[in-house]
Design a protein around this ligand. Sequence first.
Ligand code: BEZ
Length: 386
Amino acid sequence: MTSFFRTTLIAAAALTAGAAFAQSTGKIKVGLMLPATGTYAALGVAIENGFKLFVAEQGGKLGGREVEYVKVDDESDPAKATDNVNKLVKRDNVDVLVGSVHSGVAMAMAKVAKDTGTLLIVPNAGADAVTGAMCAPNIFRSSFSNWQPGYAMGEVVAKKGLKTVVTITWKYAAGDESVRGFKDAFEKAGGKVTKELSLPFPNVEFQALLTEIAAAKPDAVYTFFSGGGAVKFVKDYAAAGLKGKIPLYGAFVTDGTLEAQGADAEGIFSTLHYADNLNNPRDKAFRLAYAKTYKLQPDVFAVQGYDAAQILGVGLVAVKGDTSKKAEFAAAVEKAKIDSPRGAFTLSKAHNPVQDIYLRKVVGMENQVVSIASKSLADPARGCKM
Ligand code: BEZ
């Protein structure tokens, strides 16, 4: 071997070793892609708070590496999502992506994560495809699939002996899939969804649709709205004279919104993987720490952010901070039991939580547990080939 080649080989080896060293030491860059504006802004804040709380509890480090954040306001706008996520991956060189709230934005993130191999942890968006057709070894979710709470509520409403339901939601993946989950269970049990009403995200002009509901006189209404839109929907439902006449069942419609909804939310039933009075020791400690740190009560979104950081922590500990070891990272997370405030959960083969879904009722300013609607519910992971 000539001395030129020997020198080149040594230089290349040094570069490779340097890159590997950089991947397992120094700060770990977390790209937080969440909404800071628009109807889902408060959800983004709660997720970030929850994530940072867990990291702070670990002394600011995960897997031995100090955590640093690069933030993007995704505005819950799928049209801007690919550009936003590419900036985080290509310009900012983040080690891991965390986001987002909106299903359409999360699908764009999943595509980039799949194409580039970047680790992605989804701390809210329920798009079924993220842990379905788009599933990948480097993509994880700490929240739910849109199908899960919908399916659990379909069983609840059928068991109550109600026969006809009108659904109302935003026309995009989260609304469509939530309704699909509801229908899967409700119609299997003999019920009938007689009308599916929707409006484009994030519109809140509900009046004409509420008039249609009043005329249709179903036994019940099933809805998915969240954030600012959910506040307005619950208020408009009451103002239209429907509260107390046609029972309203939902997913997310009363989470993080009770103060703004006030008495109009009282008595609403919903299904979700968290509630405000679980009273298990893990949740009590979490709620106390969250309230102390942020002077706010946590909600389901804060829990999902906290658990996204827990998932990242499990993986990083297993690979000693080396994010290039994707297979070992995934193997550790797949084996783990995540000690969540919602109750411990595991991830399915498609990397979506297998979890209890609670039936909750609004009492005062709380989503209080009534029962477990669905024990250890797993998403069907339609189309996942992993
Ligand atoms: C979604 O777009 O997947 C979503 C947004 C807010 C709450 C729940 C789900």
